[in-house]
Design a protein around this ligand. Structure first.
Ligand SMILES: NC(=O)c1ccc[n+]([C@@H]2O[C@H](COP(=O)([O-])OP(=O)(O)OC[C@H]3O[C@@H](n4cnc5c(N)ncnc54)[C@H](OP(=O)(O)O)[C@@H]3O)[C@@H](O)[C@H]2O)c1
Length: 167
């Protein structure tokens, strides 16, 4: 019997819980871009249609699945899905081991109940307002590792790469 892939959320979040000011990524952090690119290289991704549109020129060896309610939408790269279970089903049939949920807020919220793992970049700045990341809550998430980096000449803000698992 085939097992369903692990579902991992990957997100960069401000101290006050935002992922964007409303359009695009709200900071210029080369270290986080390298981390994101290395983590997701060659993987199946799940994205809300807005984030997919923002990232369209970025995909290389990825398989993006696009969450949309629009049954007529045919993405130029990857496949459209109507739900997270549909994405998991497609990936299970393809024998994929892991799907990375790359946002935005709507996609994270829909994926949260199914998620096994969270890769968070906690960014050392406050945005005050914007598009929010859903609340992690305390249980059932546990922190298994984290690495801290201070701000430097190329990265305006400090960041923490944190890996949380369910259970
Ligand atoms: N900091 C970070 O790590 C990070 C990561 C990713 C994105 N972002 C930011 O997040 C923002 C976008 O977030 P967002 O929440 O506005 O948009 P989103 O999650 O990227 O996409 C929203 C779209 O998902 C589809 N959708 C929503 N609910 C659905 C459902 N129940 N079933 C099926 N499809 C559904 C809809 O597409 P249709 O309209 O086609 O139906 C909706 O318009 C952008 O500013 C982006 O830059 C930040």
């Amino acid at each position: 019997m085939s097992t369903r892939p692990r579902l991992t959320l990957i997100a960069a979040v401000s101290e006050d819980g935002y992922i964007s000011r409303g359009q695009g990524v709200p900071w210029d952090l080369p270290r986080d871009r390298v981390h994101f690119r290395a983590t997701t290289a060659g993987k199946w991704l799940l994205l809300g249609r807005r984030t997919y549109a923002e990232m369209l020129g970025w995909f290389r060896d990825h398989t993006p699945l696009v969450l949309t309610r629009d049954a007529s939408f045919v993405p130029p790269i990857g496949k459209a899905v109507r739900s997270v279970p549909q994405a998991l089903d497609l990936a299970t049939k393809a024998g994929v081991e892991e799907i990375f949920v790359c946002g935005g807020s709507a996609a994270y919220e829909l994926a949260f109940p199914h998620a096994d793992r969270l890769f968070m970049t906690h960014v050392g700045t406050r945005l005050g307002a914007g598009v929010a990341f859903p609340k992690i809550g305390t249980p059932p998430w546990r922190l298994v590792s984290s690495v801290d980096y201070p701000a430097d000449a190329e990265n305006a803000f400090a960041m923490r790469f944190a890996d949380y698992r369910r259970g």
